[in-house]
Design a protein around this ligand. Structure first.
Ligand SMILES: Cc1ncc(COP(=O)(O)O)c(C=O)c1O
Length: 463
């Protein structure tokens, strides 16, 4: 890509430090400048159309042109463009949103706290667990167990929970009191001949051993995404969550469900917790909460957790935590409208109807010479590429072939994300079967081209 002087791309290079980007590569090649969006499509500044098969960052569930969300924002902006939720004050839409979210949430959620991003919600969950355990007189019970390959965000506590090397390396993370147990990815971490069931049992045993080794009196909470997203779209074995929850109950360890990707229909139920029979004590949500039209996230708490926190706030005189924009009225109004649309259009039934088209379509590629595993559920899926299908050997260096495939897909008008050599799919939930077919055609073409290139370069044992 050549960058024209004074173009938008050139000005971006001159002025902007990008997240999750190789800054020197960006300087050399420039960004893809996205100018417009409509439905499942986005358009670059030259007018090229792309299917946004990751819904941005697993987030714009209603696609890019939902007028009702625009109107909800404009209406609220005119009425009350900003107010906060500190010191016993609250704007009206925030009240409505908390009520609606709790009606929709699974299980025993009793209160909602608002923040602006998934990372802030994860940080809040960690802080509230610590605050709660101090409040109820067990100040030594503070460790939080996350998982290898987990993704919970990038702020200091959230990045510590995240179990990916790039989020720790040279950031001096993780912080103390955060641990990472095994990742429930059978294809990668299952032992030879080990069934998914036995693997799930081993995962639970690993967790139990970690709790015992650390001392159960020091372990406060476990956090997990129902389906792990940015770590590679990892769908756990069927009984994994049941077995994990039995261990947590045994040692009185709270369960925090990270629904930031899975929440609001993605897995074919309103929440991933329902898909996997998870009964959390706390839950975090963001992204599809507002279809990502405006930043907003939520932390939901069970009543016992709330009661402990409430008592402590009375003892201290305040809950010393909160964000200037937490529960922002415009974000809340847009989120509320988003949730109404999910219900009115029965987005869950739509995902159940069209999800199999994506899952089956990708599984048809399972025998492709570059493909090791195809996995997913509902409208979230991944294709993992391998250098050798027999041994499951990954490419070396990791990510090179995945990035090449993502770039080829982009040239075919398809935006997907490579997580090293795993290609992730998480399209807007409004996608139709015909659009899924086009997505699959574009992906298959890019995959074949990549296989030809890999063979030519001698990067794998491609037949
Ligand atoms: C499961 C999960 N939790 C938390 C986060 C962090 O959210 P944010 O990027 O809004 O801080 C993400 C972001 O992708 C996520 O996928």
């Amino acid at each position: 890509m050549s960058v024209r002087p004074n173009s938008a791309a050139a000005r971006d290079i001159a002025n902007h430090l990008h997240p999750y980007t190789n800054a020197r590569k960006l300087e050399a090649e420039g960004p893809l400048v996205i100018a417009e969006g409509k439905g499942i499509y986005v358009y670059d500044d030259s007018g090229n159309e792309y299917i946004e098969a990751l819904a941005g960052l697993w987030s714009t569930a209603l696609g890019f042109g939902e007028e009702r969300l625009v109107e909800a924002a404009v209406k609220q902006m005119r009425k009350l463009p900003y107010y906060h939720t500190f010191a016993q004050k609250v704007p009206l839409p925030t009240i409505d949103l908390a009520e609606k979210l709790l009606q929709m949430a699974p299980g025993k959620m009793a209160k909602a706290f608002f923040a602006n991003s998934g990372s802030e919600a994860a940080d809040t969950a960690v802080k509230l667990v610590w605050y709660y355990n101090n409040a109820i007189g067990r100040p030594e019970k503070k460790k939080i167990i996350s998982r290898i390959k987990a993704y919970h965000g990038v702020t200091v506590a959230a990045a510590s929970l995240t179990g990916l090397p790039a989020n720790h390396r040279d950031f001096d993370l993780p912080i103390k009191n955060i641990l990472h147990t095994s990742c429930p990815h059978h294809y990668r971490f299952g032992e030879s001949g080990e069934s998914e069931e036995d693997f799930a049992t081993r995962m639970a045993a690993d967790l139990e051993k970690m709790i015992q080794d650390e001392g159960p009196e020091t372990v406060a909470a476990f956090i997990g995404e129902p389906v792990m997203g940015a770590g590679g779209v990892i769908t756990p074995p069927k009984t994994y969550w049941k077995k994990i929850q039995a261990v947590l109950k045994k040692y009185d360890v709270l369960l925090i469900a990270d629904e930031v990707i899975c929440g609001f229909g993605r897995t074919g139920n309103m929440f991933g917790c329902q898909t996997y029979g998870i009964e959390p004590d706390m839950m975090i949500a963001a992204k599809a909460l507002s279809s990502s039209y405006l930043p907003i996230s939520a932390v939901l708490l069970s009543d016992p957790v709330y009661q402990g926190i409430a008592d402590n706030s009375a003892k201290i005189g305040t809950l010393g935590h909160g964000y200037t924009y937490g529960g922002h009225p415009v974000s809340a109004a847009v989120a509320l409208e988003t949730l109404k649309i999910y219900e009115e259009r029965d987005i869950v039934s739509h995902v159940r109807a069209v999800g199999p088209r994506l899952q089956k379509g990708l599984r048809r590629l399972a025998d492709h010479p570059l493909v090791g595993e195809v996995r997913g559920t509902g409208l979230i899926a991944a294709v993992e590429l391998v250098a050798d299908r027999e041994t499951r050997a990954p490419f070396d260096p990791p990510g090179q072939v995945g990035a090449a495939l993502a770039a080829r897909a982009q040239a075919h008008g398809l935006i997907i994300r490579n997580l090293a050599d795993t290609l992730a799919f998480s399209p807007p939930l409004i996608i139709t079967e015909a659009q899924i077919d086009t997505l699959l055609e574009r992906f298959a073409a890019a995959l074949d081209e990549t296989a030809a290139w890999v063979a030519q370069e001698g990067l794998a044992s491609v037949a």
